[in-house]
Design a protein around this ligand. Structure first.
Ligand code: PPS
Length: 561
């Protein structure tokens, strides 16, 4: 295959006629790539208003062609005010490289709630697609054809990146006439190998493993790890039957509409069939655990349009591991009461976190080894210990004592991010307004997340008075390791009485403005992992409580202790 390599990249050709430049988001970049390489054919640009309205209303472009997903370019009001129809917009990657130009045909302010109802069938912000649309999408859409200046370069796994044309050429060269696509955003285990192999064998087709590596869900296994797993699993199919290729798609999790879109995209990549499972691309409601779509809605929608799309739906047989037969069988092949074995995704994560066995009947050892590399057991993960509380509550004393005790135990590198240290070294220009305090905590969160990611321990001890910002920090860190929030709940009266720095006195006298607890709020943590009132416990006892908590969560067991 003729893949572009980083070395073959030409310097960008700058165009004179560009009215304004738009730095593209990660979502835009994925969409642009598929718009320009034919993955989204017949689209040749971001949708204009007539196509948009028609896609929402009837899943068709204005000319009647079937297309289920609005592919939109959103811009801020500020930017929209400086643009008009006929202008050329420069579409740039985050480094400023000009990837494409777009000639604007339409600019309008969409009704995003209407779009959410049409595409996702709900206004519930627990739905990730709805949350993105209503909370993180700019208010104005611009539509028009795009013209590629240069193809995006992927430095990761270039040998597995194929344009639709390259895949079609590959299939033609190999004489593959029937090709069945398997879409996934998860690591593949034995059951996935079994079901894809069976599906391909049943219809006598070749198989394309076509995982999404663009944007998936925040808690998904990262694509680097997944691709290494896919590279192992591909060797488990008979030689010359199966191909692995990566798809830089930004998923929306729109269930049936998304499934039909996936089918159209696979058709554009030369596939004749697509495997669709139960509740394809349907997210779970984080609050209730329920799905948003009927389990077979996606399958029905694709089947009903197969003649028009030219791609057939192959339904995914639910398979279970039969203990007695020592093999996977479809649920309809199971005898009544036949014992089966199952491990849920949550259970896999638990076993990885605790370093427990994942049996061979569930996954291949080489796949498990890849997952273990990026999901080490808790005893080997990094941790952030985040102490929050009023000034004078004893955060720094605890943080220092904890640091010493952890150093005595050894095992991980420790960084202390005490409120005063951070204000001196990272945030010296900041004051104590809500905005500045949040910025200060976000900086601490960023540094702590890097430390945690790299297996160290970050002990943070700022006041951090706002719940939402603490939540933000937790969300940033938890995907990389442990996050232990400790509320140092020493009452205000005690803190004020201690007044080690004389600040409370000054605050009462009005010499210091916006002083936490006196003239500024402190929102108490609702669900901290631990609460310590230093007016009731000595520092060494408090540190023991923290260590026991760490041990209880599994962070101190094994060789790390
Ligand atoms: S925040 O809200 O988390 O950004 O605060 P933080 O970075 O932890 O800084 C708190 C320390 O700054 C001193 N100080 C004040 N605290 C609260 N409010 C006001 N207005 C203020 N002005 C100065 C105070 O010494 C805090 O240190 P600690 O260690 O908490 O006593």
């Amino acid at each position: 295959m003729n893949h572009s390599t980083p070395n073959s990249r030409p310097w960008p050709a700058e165009s004179q006629e560009i009215a304004l430049d738009l730095p593209l988001t990660a979502r835009h970049l994925c969409d642009l790539e598929l718009l320009t390489n034919g993955g989204f054919a017949p689209l040749t640009g971001f949708l204009g208003q007539a196509d948009y309205a028609s896609v929402l209303e009837r899943m068709r472009l204005a000319d009647g062609t079937l297309w289920s997903m609005p592919i939109m370019l959103d811009v801020s009001e500020d930017m929209a005010e400086r643009l008009s129809a006929g202008d050329v917009l420069g579409l740039r990657d985050p480094e400023g490289v000009l990837l494409a130009t777009m000639t604007i045909e339409d600019l309008w302010e969409p009704d995003r709630e209407l779009e959410a109802e049409a595409v996702f069938g709900t206004l519930d912000r627990n739905h990730p697609g709805v949350a993105h649309l209503l909370e993180r999408t700019q208010p104005v859409y611009v539509g028009g054809p795009v013209e590629q200046v240069e193809a995006p370069i992927h430095y990761d796994f270039p040998h597995l990146r194929y344009t639709p044309a390259q895949l079609k050429e590959l299939f033609a060269k190999r004489g593959w006439e029937k090709v069945i696509a398997f879409q996934t955003r998860n690591p593949m285990h034995r059951v996935h190998q079994e079901l894809t192999f069976r599906a391909a064998r049943e219809i006598e087709a070749n198989l394309l493993i076509h995982p999404v590596v663009g944007l998936t869900q925040p808690n998904d296994v990262n694509h680097y790890t997944r691709v290494r797993c896919y590279e192992h699993i591909i060797k488990r199919y008979p030689e010359q039957t199966t191909q692995l290729a990566l798809l830089n798609l930004a998923m929306r999790m729109a269930g049936p509409r998304e499934a039909l879109w996936h089918a159209l995209v696979r058709k554009n990549h030369g596939c004749t069939h697509i495997i669709i499972g139960r509740d394809h691309a349907g997210p779970r409601n984080a609050a209730t655990g329920d799905g948003y779509y009927g389990p077979y809605e996606a399958q029905e929608l694709i089947s009903n349009h197969a003649d028009e799309t030219g791609i057939q739906m192959v339904s995914f047989h639910e398979m279970k591991y039969s203990e007695g037969r020592a093999q996977y069988v479809t649920v309809d092949e199971l005898k009544p009461d036949e014992p089966v074995r199952e491990i849920s995704g949550t259970e896999v994560r638990r076993r990885l976190a605790e370093g427990l066995e994942i049996p061979d009947w569930f996954s291949y050892p080489e796949v498990v080894a890849e997952l273990r590399k990026t999901h080490p057991p808790r005893a080997k993960q990094g941790i952030t210990i985040f102490l929050t509380g009023l000034s004078g509550s004893g955060k720094s004393t605890l943080a220092n004592a904890l640091q010493v005790k952890l150093m005595e135990l050894g095992g991980r590198q420790i960084t202390l991010l005490d409120g005063d240290i951070v204000r001196k070294n990272l945030s010296s220009e900041l004051g104590f307004s809500k905005e500045h305090r949040n910025l200060n905590i976000q900086r601490i969160g960023f540094v702590a997340s890097e430390i945690t990611k790299n297996g160290g321990i970050a002990i943070c001890a700022p006041i951090a008075p706002y719940t939402a910002t603490r939540r933000e920090v937790r969300d940033l860190i938890e995907p990389h390791g442990g996050f232990i929030e400790i509320h140092v709940s020493t009452p205000l009266e005690v803190c004020e009485q201690r007044d080690r720095k004389g600040l409370y006195k000054k605050a009462r006298a009005g010499e210091i403005k916006e002083f936490t607890g006196i003239s500024d709020p402190y929102e108490e943590p609702e669900h901290p992992e631990l609460t310590i009132d230093t007016s009731l416990v000595q520092p060494d006892h408090a540190v023991q409580q923290i260590l026991l908590k760490l041990e209880n969560f599994g962070y101190l067991t094994g060789e790390s202790g």
